[in-house]
Ligand binder design. Structure first.
Ligand code: SF4
Length: 112
């Protein structure tokens, strides 16, 4: 029983050391979200979904853009993540990249 208490104490000590390390990891994650590389419209995945940095540049002659309507953009798409008002934000469809708030792709869907 006593050895068990000592083990618990050591475990709690190790947690106390781990918490500051965890908070450092949290900071790294926040910085990472702000520093995501911008999605290149020439990227094969971006091209496949007709992604453009500016919704005004949507190729409306492409049948995949048939659902496009003026006013649709990444900032009002259900897939957008990150902070409201930011010019570049993460997107659930293009993990590890940021998309332009003014952009658009064929996956666009309204926020609920
Ligand atoms: S899924 Fe939505 S937020 Fe992501 S690139 Fe397409 S339109 Fe923009």
């Amino acid at each position: 029983m006593r050895d068990e208490n000592i083990s618990r104490r050591n475990f709690l000590k190790s947690l106390a050391v781990a918490v500051p390390a965890g908070s450092a990891l949290l900071q790294v994650e926040v910085v990472y979200a702000a520093d995501l590389p911008k999605l290149d419209p020439a990227d094969p995945a971006a091209k496949a979904l007709l992604y453009v940095h500016d919704a005004a540049d949507v190729d409306t002659s492409n049948p995949m853009a048939a659902r496009f309507e003026a006013g649709q953009n990444c900032a009002n798409c259900v897939q957008i993540q990150g902070e409201d008002g930011a010019e570049w934000r993460p997107c659930g469809i293009f993990p590890g990249k940021s998309v332009a708030a003014a952009g658009w792709c064929s996956v666009w869907a309204p926020m609920p």
